[in-house]
Design a protein around this ligand. Sequence first.
Ligand code: TYM
Length: 340
Amino acid sequence: MSETQFTPRVFSGIQPSGGLHLGNYLGAIKRFVDMQDQGDFQTVYCMVDLHAITAKLLDPATLRHNTRELAAGFIAAGVNPEKSILINQSQVPEHAQLAWIFNCVARMGWMGRMTQWKDKAGKNAEAASLGLFAYPALMAADILIYHATHVPVGEDQKQHLELTRDIAAKFNHDYGVDFFPLTEPVIEGAATRVMSLRDGSKKMSKSDPSDASRINMTDDADTIAKKIRKAKTDPDALPSEVEGLKDRPEARNLVNIYAGLNEQTVAQVLADVGGQQFGTFKPALAELAVAKLAPISTRMSELMADQAEIDRTLAKGAQQAREITAPILKKTYEIVGMVS
Ligand code: TYM
């Protein structure tokens, strides 16, 4: 275990690949805001545009639009650039520079075991980009270039965060230093894995071909309400106890979403709604979702009307970030033996 005391610092990132959805909000952004407002940490949040081109190269104008829209989403949801450092990954070159070192620390075998690599590369791994394979080393660099101690994410990122710890431990061991922290994943709350509204066994995802499967952060009030009304359920009433949701993935998902939006535990929600039919519960959930999400979507559009202001915020964030990342990269290079 590490003996060094690291500054309590949070880092997390989201890909600007378009289509921010309720899973990103409850699993990540809402919790970024909570950690920012707790005041126990310095917080750094990032649009990971270098990651966004690993699966496929995007049209440049689309990538630029997505990055600004994601920045607007962060701010609209409560990430405050006066309290948190908000950055675009490619504007802080130390991320990619440290990633190269980590490419040389991480082993091919570790990367090949990543489930995201296997899912995304599919059967035709030969045709996948080298960047997709190395994706987790860049992610480790995102985190460790800040010596971040805590990383809030949804459940699907757990394996990547374990790999980040492996990379930090191997670097520290190989060079006989105690330089990189073993970062703690923070996977907490009722909605760390929001599922599709059409199929409770599938994660809510921007890549699902059915738009009805997810609530987009840009959906208006009517669309949000309609998608919840049409969400797949089973014919039974809601249980009063958490155990009653076992083997009822769609019911569990809607209760998790309610709990996440209303900042309650699942047990607290069930204590109130146990015994209700979906005909009663769904309108209540729709009302809650609209109340929480519609103002974010409205604010996002307002922010997107002034893109120059978004760009200024990101330029300022990059400057603040580099005050942290430049010394850490310099020290890393010294440890590795780069002549400076
Ligand atoms: P990405 O862009 O796929 O997702 C961003 C965040 O949203 C969470 N998330 C979900 N949470 C709950 N339910 C869902 N259905 C759901 N879908 C997505 C993800 O867990 C994530 O927290 N590899 C990362 C981006 C990244 C990163 C980092 C994260 C790059 N560098 C450093 C943390 C630290 C990714 O692809 O997230």
